[in-house]
Design a protein around this ligand. Structure first.
Ligand SMILES: [Zn+2]
Length: 430
């Protein structure tokens, strides 16, 4: 062989060896292994079934593969899909981001939706997210509201504290749109931030005209409901789903009529927050709206726990009662419910326990909502939220049966995400 051909062959072989080595290094060890999980009780959305399940290249297989590399005995423990958090603003650039991610994983929460964030803050932390050993997060970037509407009050508070500057306002954390022309003008800049979905705000929209120019309602107003409909059309044309913040039962109705995909909060989540007091009936969801929400397959994200401790059947507050009434109505019409906390220092664990304490749902229904519906409204296109053949191999192993005692959801012994067994730091308090 001529020497130049020998040299070319040598180079080719060297490159090939390097490629093989790089490929070997980038494949995580767990993901390459074919695992058999034996003696587990697997949640199917209603009950637990004792059966073996396999993990092949990061996905569940209910059929025995030709080869098994490792077998793990689950010793009759209970397997559920990971939990979700469909409303939290705490996934943002902060010195505590690493411990926050660890706390989410420790609590079994793998999927998070942030329905309003600074786009710059998201870009800073993105390299830490959306990979097997971390949480997966969807961001709306800035939300659409009216002049002096919510969340301008949040931005003002952060500027007053010195944590944010004026640059965080209109065009960043929110977009003020009072009419269609203003929406047309601001929409391209919003899209350029590459949002995962669109966040919009309705606050007592039945009272829009009266609040619009009244400074005492700063932070307690939002979009004109007719303009919301146009935002929805533009978002859908761009392939983006729309979430809408609501306060009153009228907002709930207006959001549905505008064609939104997800409603954030339930009427009654803060009955004493507004500038002017309300009758409790202002927060009662109409039966016709529950029916409409079901027909339109709209997700409703709860955010009801707040700081209140779990209710007990004989000490229901006015808030607990309105929450029970509205939840029972949504359940009656099979509206899709997802769990969100909107609690910056916490997550959906207290939300799930609060909902359990209201007694509207049994434990299987709550698990289905927390694991499946919540994951679906965060990542609608992924095969997650169920322990099913062909779905992403992500799961939690619980020591005891959560259908007998729901607090078992807090005793997680093993976490697997996308086929990888997670090593999670304990005692993370961000
Ligand atoms: Zn929020």
């Amino acid at each position: 062989m001529p020497s130049h051909k020998k040299a070319a062959l040598k180079t080719f072989l060297l490159v090939l060896t390097l490629l093989i080595r790089v490929a070997g290094q980038t494949t995580p060890p767990d993901a390459a292994k074919i695992l058999a999980l034996t003696n587990g009780n697997w949640f199917d959305g209603h009950s637990f079934k004792h059966r073996p399940v396999y993990i092949v290249h990061g996905f569940f297989s209910f059929r025995k593969p030709a080869r098994v590399d490792e077998s793990i005995d689950l010793k009759d423990a209970f397997v559920v899909p990971p939990f979700g958090e469909a409303h939290n603003h705490n996934v943002e650039s902060s010195p505590k981001i690493d411990s926050l991610i660890q706390r989410y994983l420790q609590h079994g929460i793998f999927y998070v939706k942030n329905p309003d964030n600074l786009p710059s803050s998201r870009l800073t932390i993105l390299p830490k997210l959306n990979q097997p050993a971390s949480i997966d997060v969807m961001f709306s970037n800035g939300g659409f509201t009216g002049k002096d509407g919510h969340p301008a009050d949040v931005v003002k508070r952060n500027i007053d504290r010195g944590t944010w500057t004026a640059a965080a306002g209109d065009g960043a954390f929110y977009y003020v749109v009072s009419n269609e022309a203003e929406l047309e003008q601001k929409w391209p800049q919003f899209l350029s931030t590459k949002p995962d979905f669109v966040k919009t705000y309705l606050l007592f929209s039945e009272d829009y005209a009266r609040r619009k120019d009244d400074p005492q309602y700063f932070g307690w107003k939002g979009l004109h409901p007719a303009l919301l409909k146009i935002v929805v059309q533009k978002a859908h044309a761009a392939g983006l789903r729309v979430s809408t913040h609501v306060e009153s039962a009228a907002d709930f109705h207006n959001a549905l009529v505008a064609g939104v995909d997800e409603i954030n909060h339930m009427p009654g989540f803060r009955i004493e927050g507004d500038v002017t007091p309300h009758k409790i009936t202002d927060f009662e969801i109409a039966e016709s709206d529950a029916r409409l929400a079901a027909r339109r397959r709209v997700y409703v994200v709860t955010t009801l726990a707040g700081s209140s401790p779990p209710a007990t059947p004989d000490s229901l507050t006015e808030r607990d009662q309105i929450n029970r009434r509205n939840l029972a109505l949504l359940k009656k019409y099979r509206v899709k419910l997802a769990l969100g906390s909107d609690s910056y220092r916490s997550d959906t664990v207290p939300e799930a326990l609060y909902l359990a304490s209201l007694g509207v749902f049994d434990s299987a229904e709550l698990l289905q909502m927390w694991c499946d519906s919540t994951a679906k409204t965060i990542f609608p296109r992924r095969k997650i939220g169920k322990l099913k053949d062909g779905y992403e191999a992500s799961l939690l192993v619980l020591k005891s049966n959560p259908l007998q005692d729901f607090s078992a959801v807090q005793q997680i012994s093993v976490r697997i995400k996308q086929g990888q067994i997670l090593q999670v730091d304990s005692d993370q308090k961000p």
